[in-house]
Design a protein around this ligand. Structure first.
Ligand SMILES: O=C(O)CCC(=O)C(=O)O
Ligand SMILES: [Fe+2]
Length: 323
């Protein structure tokens, strides 16, 4: 069975347009066929990943009451700690057997957008662990930079001009998330879902996963294939907003996480999502008379809020922030 493509993106750091086009061509093919691929040759070091993993293990080991000090269900900006079952990625299944920490693009309480109640804008909420905030802020900035490097290649691949996404991502609502999947409870006969089958909502996701395994991707034949961890890589996948932007030229592919057996699993997706007012409309090179635009234009924030309401129970009942 063919496995997911692996692309070395180091040529993107050469400041050479031919090298950019060569990588863009490989990414284009991977996004049309799979919507999923691995990248190597990126600048995030193993030492950084290990530092973040160490911090997150300390955080998840805290008593629940302490983690709930930054409960995401009390955050209009969707930041902080999500307890087991807070998210239900597959609405046909029970809540996901995982706990999470979400952070985004930090905006202080007195920022005009926050005062105006713009959705998904606000300050991050961090646990009180020495060194946590400095490390996570640093990692968020580096993952944002990596996502922009990839988005330049995607823009070239889509014929949009290499800077197309830069202006749309200068104050993004991208989310850095850490996830802990506890070992599944044995003996009850019920196997919980680590993460139910879903597509991601944003543009691209860059995922670090540890060696435990469990990520599965649905291929074009409808079969679930394993996407195991590969040393030094991130798994990259296209989200629904990019599928809309590209008129489904690029696939937003179903994936899920099988709850681990007898081991804790840790992962870290970075969801690249543009500035909230960005209009998501079919790109000029992605439609013609034979294949007209399939989707109505929307904005990034309208789209995201709609999707969160489908997967977080507390977001269906709470009034949504205006804006
Ligand atoms: O933890 C993983 O490997 C994948 C998580 C995921 O798909 C998500 O959070 O959207
Ligand atoms: Fe996902």
């Amino acid at each position: 069975m063919p496995s997911l493509p692996l692309i070395d993106i180091s040529p993107l750091y050469q400041d050479d347009d031919d090298a950019l086009r060569a990588v863009a061509q490989q990414i284009d093919q991977a996004c049309r066929e799979w919507g999923f691929f691995y990248i190597t040759g990126h600048p995030i070091t193993q030492a950084r990943i290990d530092a973040v993993l160490g911090m997150m293990k300390d955080f998840y080991a805290l008593p629940l009451q302490e983690k709930l000090q930054i409960d995401i269900t009390h955050s209009p900006h969707h930041r902080g700690y999500g307890a087991l079952s807070a998210e239900q990625l597959d609405p046909a299944q029970p809540g996901d057997y995982k706990e999470t920490f979400n952070m985004g693009f930090h905006m202080p309480e007195d920022h005009p957008d926050v005062l105006a109640g713009k959705p998904l804008r606000g300050p991050n909420r961090h646990p009180d662990i020495a060194g946590w905030q400095t490390l996570m802020d640093h990692h968020y900035r580096d993952m944002h930079a990596l996502s922009l490097t990839l988005l330049r290649a995607l823009a070239v691949a889509l014929g949009a001009g290499k800077d197309f996404f830069d202006a749309r991502f200068h104050e993004p609502i991208s989310v850095l998330r850490t996830i802990h999947y506890p070992p599944r409870p044995e003996g009850s006969g019920v196997v919980p879902h680590g993460a139910g089958a879903h597509t991601d909502y944003g543009c691209v996701t860059l995922l670090y996963q540890d060696k435990v395994g469990g990520l599965q991707v649905r291929n074009a034949q409808g079969e679930w294939i394993d996407a195991p961890s590969i040393d030094g890589s991130f798994v990259v996948n296209i989200g629904d907003m990019m599928a809309r932007w590209s008129n489904d030229r690029y696939k937003s592919t179903l994936h899920r996480v099988v709850s681990p057996h007898g081991a804790d699993r840790y992962s870290m997706p970075f969801f690249a999502e543009p500035n909230p007012d960005t209009v998501i409309d079919c790109l000029p090179g992605c439609f013609d008379a034979d294949s007209p635009p399939k989707y109505q234009p929307t904005t990034c924030s309208a789209y995201m809020l709609g999707r969160f309401a489908e997967t977080y129970a507390h977001r269906r009942t709470e009034p949504q922030p205006a804006g």
